[in-house]
Design a protein around this ligand. Sequence first.
Ligand SMILES: Cc1cc2nc3c(=O)[nH]c(=O)nc-3n(C[C@H](O)[C@H](O)[C@H](O)COP(=O)(O)OP(=O)(O)OC[C@H]3O[C@@H](n4cnc5c(N)ncnc54)[C@H](O)[C@@H]3O)c2cc1C
Length: 408
Amino acid sequence: MAEKLQTRCVIAGGGPAGIMAGYLLARAGVPVIVLEKHADFFRDFRGDTIHPSTLELMHELGLLEEFLKLPHQELRELRAVVNDQVVPAADFTKLPTRCKFIAFMPQWDFLNFLSSHAKRFPMFQLYMEAEVVDLLTGDSRVVGVRAKTPKGELEVRADLVIGADGRHSTVHTRAGLEQREFGVPIDVLWMRISKKQGDPRQTLGFFQHGKLVVLLDRDDYWQCGFVIPKGGFDEIKACGLTKFQNDIVSFAGFLRDRVSELDDWSKIKLLTVQINRLRDWYREGLLCIGDSAHAMSPAGGVGINLAIQDAVATANLLGEKLRAGPVSVNDLRQVQARREWPTRLIQGMQVFIHRHVVTGQMSDRKGSLPFVVRLLKWFPVLRQIPARFIGIGPRPEHFRSPTAGEPH
Ligand SMILES: Cc1cc2nc3c(=O)[nH]c(=O)nc-3n(C[C@H](O)[C@H](O)[C@H](O)COP(=O)(O)OP(=O)(O)OC[C@H]3O[C@@H](n4cnc5c(N)ncnc54)[C@H](O)[C@@H]3O)c2cc1C
């Protein structure tokens, strides 16, 4: 026998979109259950960036001061090493936001922080190890979800199901929502390399003749992302580990003395990169947000921010209505109408970066800098454009859903 629960809103997925939406809706007085399939938030593939616009939201929620006490690094200027030359690419110090930096923080710290605050609202419930496997439907609308848990099957009926279950969304697949794929020419190899005293401080991006390596500083180790042509992993494997290790050293020479830590292909994970978008983000009783509605590439490191902005728009547009009862398809359409335009713009930028920057069509003669990069080097004021696009993004959302009652 399945355990049966009833609530106003059930959210599939406890990533940035799901936890933020759950937090804001519960804060607005809407009973919410978030179902997350994993037992914790600790997974290596998660991005680490908290953008100025998200930090602004944390301020609006009264959480910023406490949040910034968590270990993090502050990136005020984005520098890339292009063909061995250091190029300042984005200057965040002039942004019209309280925090003029990107905070680098492991995403599990961010999600633990947010969910612990959400749990202070009596309307919020989080079930870990609860994997949504199907939708419940009735009278041609979605009326809930069926989930698998270690204790057995769980059925949660709700007036609204939110799919925030990421790029491989069960919710949007089961709902039969039509998806448009945008070809992506890259994948990412993801691995850890230890850190040592004397290493450069801060996250680094190395571009070389159309190739890219990113090193994320995770305090006691480097999280290394090596961008490869899509489908190219087998060829890289065939050339052997030594060649791969040497390739990494050719980008970041300071890793020479420890690149041998990568002594087995099992230490190198292939992350497939996708960009896609649903035609309709909703159907009666169901709304998809975040990567479930629009899978983002790591280019520009903006997917987390966009997922959070979707969650804020959802709470702003639906919070009060949901507190009173079910919402209509028209209400759900408004969330898509608000968020689709910024999503299109950012995905367009990502497709451009893939085609022209990462895959090297823009990097010209050996050793020289691509024209756009040279412009950024010559005219510092231009660095505010990528800073605004990355740090705030188009159509930033501000928290304005009602607050119902004080947390515990
Ligand atoms: C290699 C790589 C690196 C990236 N780096 C960055 C970066 O540095 N900065 C950045 O901003 N963006 C980055 N991105 C993009 C970013 O990861 C996503 O855009 C962002 O995580 C989307 O958030 P989300 O909450 O919508 O989905 P997700 O973060 O994918 O969260 C979905 C959650 O749902 C859970 N889930 C999945 N299926 C189910 C189910 N059936 N039932 C219950 N729970 C389920 C998952 O466990 C997960 O916790 C990167 C992407 C890739 C591929």
